[in-house]
Design a binder for this molecule. Structure first.
Ligand SMILES: [Zn+2]
Length: 143
């Protein structure tokens, strides 16, 4: 069986109807009342067959559209996952660096300067910064 495109089927359908010398509405009316001449009944059956094929083609087109839409969303989803994963990796890296900075502050400051071992000390930028890093790493950072 040769596959016809929907456009070709539409043309064939129109030609079949025209070949009867009747309008589609009249053919349909007579078909429903079982008043078609046998040759017209054959034509009408073919027209209905074409309609069935066209309806199927339309459904397939809709399905293909839905599938391509789903694929698009899938791509977008994984793009987002990749972006978020990259952002989370970067954040983890930043936290490691902040912890390292605290280690440096401890080594060069709090372990050497008397009275600067216990968190915030007024007017000391190092202790102040160390305290804010602690708050950030503890998840209590305010913006
Ligand atoms: Zn200090």
């Amino acid at each position: 069986m040769t596959e016809k495109t929907p456009a070709e089927l539409q043309v064939q359908r129109a030609q079949l109807i025209a070949s009867t010398g009747l309008t589609e509405a009249v053919l349909r009316e007579r078909a429903e009342a079982f008043q078609l001449y046998p040759e017209h009944a054959d034509v009408w059956a073919t027209v209905e067959g074409i309609d069935y094929l066209l309806n199927g083609a339309e459904k397939l087109t809709e399905l293909a559209e839905a599938q391509s839409l789903a694929r698009e969303w899938e791509v977008k989803y994984f793009e987002q996952v990749e972006k978020r994963t990259a952002a989370l990796n970067e954040l983890a890296h930043v936290r490691v660096m902040l912890s390292a900075i605290l280690g440096v502050y401890r080594a060069v400051h709090s372990e050497r300067v008397s009275g600067h071992q216990f968190g915030e000390v007024a007017d000391c930028v190092v202790c102040d910064h160390a305290a804010s890093i602690h708050r950030y790493l503890d998840g209590k950072a305010s913006r």
